[in-house]
Write a new protein. Structure first.
Length: 89
């Protein structure tokens, strides 16, 4: 019986190590693309809205939420980057 205990403990430790090595790491956030332009990863909702509004503006349909542009950094940065990137498309 003592012999079985000495075999079980190393087997359990080895199994634990093998299972730990097989776990997947968290996947990075996917990039945000709009109209085929990659605006990078980890972009919040306000940034994305700014990009969409700016790209509409670049297409000739002036769209800008002035309240958000003045008060929300994410929207403002998204709008500015979107305007620059979509202007050439």
């Amino acid at each position: 019986m003592n012999h079985i205990k000495t075999l079980i403990l190393p087997a359990l430790l080895l199994t634990g190590l093998l299972l730990t090595a097989c776990t997947s790491s968290p996947s990075p956030q996917s990039d945000y693309s709009y109209k085929g332009i990659n605006f990078g990863s980890d972009r919040d909702v306000d940034f994305r809205q700014g990009v969409r509004d700016a790209c509409k503006t670049a297409d000739g349909y002036y769209t800008k939420n002035h309240t958000l542009f003045k008060s929300n950094e994410g929207y403002r940065i998204g709008w500015e980057e979107g305007r620059l990137q979509c202007k050439g498309k």
